[in-house]
Design a protein around this ligand. Structure first.
Ligand code: HEC
Length: 176
């Protein structure tokens, strides 16, 4: 191989990588978002509001109202998805939409007895149940948006993105 063709190859690779990362930054590009995608975006906002505080040891009244509002939103939106975007020939999709509705309703229900013992754990459990519903349906449909959305989830990282464990030995010099 000549120096020039290596260079040309390199430029091509760089262009590909650049185009790829550009495409990832704007997943939909020029394409108009479908109505379902917009609703999903709304569901996502509410879901994330709840997920964000799901690691707390204690919820303030304000946290509880965030959860109540978000779950009420998801309940509403899930109902819209179920009635406006049915897929009668995909039973799994139908079931998972209903499950999303049920889990959101349960989350709302938890907020109504927020002062009882175990309410915090119940709410956090519902976050996980809900997330699982999202993930299962997206997986079922081959929709891959979790690496961007939930960067903490190890099993959904892109190859090469794995966390590198910190070295166990401390014998190595600091600036090697
Ligand atoms: C029953 C199936 C199903 C469930 C459950 C589901 N989704 Fe989706 N989701 C879809 C489909 C289908 C699309 C693609 C819509 C499109 O592009 O037209 C999508 C797309 C998305 C998108 C991308 C929207 C965009 O801007 O392109 C986000 C974000 C999203 N879902 C979040 C969630 C969250 C958060 C949950 C759980 C609380 C969830 N989804 C539950 C089916 C589901």
């Amino acid at each position: 191989m000549t120096r020039n063709s290596i260079f040309a190859g390199l430029v091509a690779v760089i262009c590909l990588v650049a185009a790829h990362s550009f495409a990832e930054e704007k997943p939909k590009g020029e394409k108009e978002k479908s109505e379902l995608a917009k609703i999903m975006g709304e569901i996502d906002k509410s879901y994330k509001a709840v997920e964000q505080i799901s690691g707390y040891y204690k919820y303030s009244d304000n946290d509880w109202s965030v959860i109540a509002e978000a779950s009420a939103n998801i309940v509403q939106l899930a109902k819209v998805v179920i009635s406006k975007f049915p897929r009668p020939d995909d039973k799994k999709y139908q079931d998972l939409n209903k499950l999303m509705l049920t889990e959101a309703e349960k989350m709302l229900e938890v907020t109504s007895h927020k002062n009882e013992r175990g309410a915090l754990e119940d709410a956090q459990w519902q976050v996980r149940r809900l997330r699982q519903t999202c993930a299962v349906c997206h997986k079922h449909l081959g929709i891959h948006l979790y690496p961007q959305l939930y960067p903490g989830k190890k099993d959904e990282l892109q190859p090469g993105q794995e966390e590198i464990p910190a070295p166990k030995e401390t014998g190595a010099p600091k600036d090697w």
